[in-house]
Design a protein around this ligand. Structure first.
Ligand SMILES: Cc1cc2nc3c(=O)[nH]c(=O)nc-3n(C[C@H](O)[C@H](O)[C@H](O)COP(=O)(O)O)c2cc1C
Length: 197
């Protein structure tokens, strides 16, 4: 599949069939996410893959699935056959930036931007595009009770889960109301030479 086609076809899907997902396909998806860029090649991107129904239900509860159902969405969180929890391992960055080629005279980089969040975002996009290439579908939801997610999955301190990707074979779903906003035009987001307007 051509890249532009995968970009155009990617969308957040909020309903899945109960057809199992080939574990090898999940591995290919995670492998693509692994190959995203990272600051200093720190490679702090981590992924917790969850298929156990009880754990998926607990994650769905943390994600507020019942609120979605009240709004007419399907049980797209608990019924998605696979959850992937992308995590940013901040510790890997501090470790890497203590190495001689990264350590400045004033010590570790002052981190103008938390690069671990940048990198896991790049991984997320690689993951979502590979899902399309695999003929599968994915959605993303934020979890406000991150401590609950951390505890449930045994994620250590210093590692930041950024939310949950649901993954499965697509079923007819209800579209997000947010989409009514429509895409911003290129001219609304691209500035030439300087910020203007
Ligand atoms: C960081 C981030 C957080 C999101 N959180 C949620 C969420 O909590 N629940 C949800 O249903 N969709 C969530 N989405 C999906 C967006 O609503 C969706 O990407 C957006 O409406 C555009 O739709 P599309 O991805 O299908 O093109 C999130 C997306 C991103 C990138």
């Amino acid at each position: 599949m051509e890249l532009q086609e995968a970009i155009a076809r990617r969308r957040m899907v909020r309903n899945y069939t109960q057809e199992p997902v080939d574990p090898a396909a999940v591995d290919r998806v995670i492998d693509a996410a692994r190959c995203a860029p990272s600051a200093g090649f720190s490679q702090g991107q981590r992924f917790v893959v969850v298929t156990a129904p009880g754990t998926r239900s607990a994650i769905a509860e943390l994600g507020g699935e019942s609120h979605y159902v009240e709004q007419g969405f399907d049980r797209w969180m608990s019924l998605a056959p696979v959850h992937v929890v992308p995590c940013a391992d901040e510790r890997a960055y501090h470790e890497r930036y203590q190495e001689p080629d990264k350590l400045g005279e004033d010590g570790e980089l002052a981190w103008p931007v938390p690069y671990w969040h940048v990198d896991i975002g790049a991984s997320l996009m690689a993951l979502l595009l590979t899902v399309v290439e695999e003929g599968l579908a994915a959605g993303f939801f934020g979890v406000h009770r991150l401590d609950g997610l951390r505890e449930l999955l045994g994620i250590p301190e210093g590692v930041h889960p950024i939310g949950v990707v649901t993954l499965g074979h697509p079923a007819r779903d209800r579209r997000s109301g947010s989409l009514a906003r429509g895409w911003r035009e290129l001219d609304d987001v691209r500035y030439r030479e300087r910020w203007s307007g």
